[in-house]
Design a protein around this ligand. Structure first.
Ligand code: MN
Length: 258
């Protein structure tokens, strides 16, 4: 099994090293990750400045770009082969509900999925890496289970997995979840720099708004590992009928005006 591993916290992040260590004996793992922390960069690609690939003292290759840049470059020429699986993480903190729209961890995995490779984004629920070894071991077990069920190397799919910060023996089983929702982010924070200019800091993500049973928020709060299949199509299929009628009325008014 050939795995391309990336992340959004940067090539020196403990979560990346832990996932590499957990998988290196069961797969050929190539790491290509961002040079800097690229959290919340989503699927961004760098189009207006050159990208360079270097190898760090930890043996991992890194790129002065985004998570999606790393996977994109790897799959479109750098690797020279097609991996069986793209993994991203383990992220420092949850990627649940609306986080998935902003997440660079999900963005890296999604880039693999868009190129037709099965992909998984792994995140730990709490920041600061408590019980990281347990999360890496759980991630490895899941990859091996999927491999034994012939899910890897098949048609592409995209999974978002959040692992509570618990000792391995206390981790609940994997629960299939829908995404929950968060409240809007907290207010922007302003400070004054030493030259008197106002600086703005994006506020923290909001608390959960929809954490009902069946959501990723609910499952992880109960100690379970949440697993959500994601898709890329943002079409609101449920409202297509409503908008068909509305759009017809609008175009009717448009015609009458002429
Ligand atoms: Mn991150």
């Amino acid at each position: 099994m050939k795995i391309l591993l990336s992340n959004d916290d940067g090539f020196q992040a403990p979560g990346l090293a832990a996932l590499y260590q957990a998988l290196k004996d069961v797969a050929e793992v190539e790491v290509i990750a961002p040079e800097q922390n690229n959290s919340a960069k989503s699927n961004a690609l760098t189009l207006h400045s050159p990208l360079y690939v270097n190898r760090g003292s930890n043996g991992f290759r890194y790129i002065n770009g985004t998570p999606a840049d790393c996977v994109h470059i790897a799959l479109t020429g750098l690797l020279g082969y097609r991996p069986d699986l793209v993994l991203s993480g383990i992220n420092d903190g949850a990627n649940m509900g609306d986080d998935t729209i902003y997440s660079g961890t999900v963005g890296a995995a999604m880039e693999g999925y868009l190129f037709g490779v099965p992909a998984i984004a792994f995140s730990q629920v709490e920041k600061k890496w408590a019980h990281l070894d347990a999360a890496a071991r759980k991630a490895r077990d899941l990859v091996l289970q999927m491999s034994s069920h012939k899910l890897i190397g098949s048609a592409p799919w995209l999974l978002n997995i959040n692992i509570p910060n618990l000792p391995f023996d206390e981790l609940g089983h994997v629960k299939l979840c829908r995404l929950g929702r968060r409240h809007a982010a907290e207010a922007v924070i302003t400070q004054t720099n030493p030259r008197g200019d106002t600086m703005y800091w994006i506020g923290a993500a909001g608390p959960s708004k929809d954490d009902a049973e069946g959501t990723d928020f609910h499952a992880t709060a109960q100690g379970h590992v949440s697993m959500t299949p994601l898709k890329v199509d943002l079409t609101d299929h449920d409202s297509l009928g409503y908008w068909a009628q509305t759009a017809a009325r609008l175009s009717e008014q448009d015609k009458n005006r002429v």
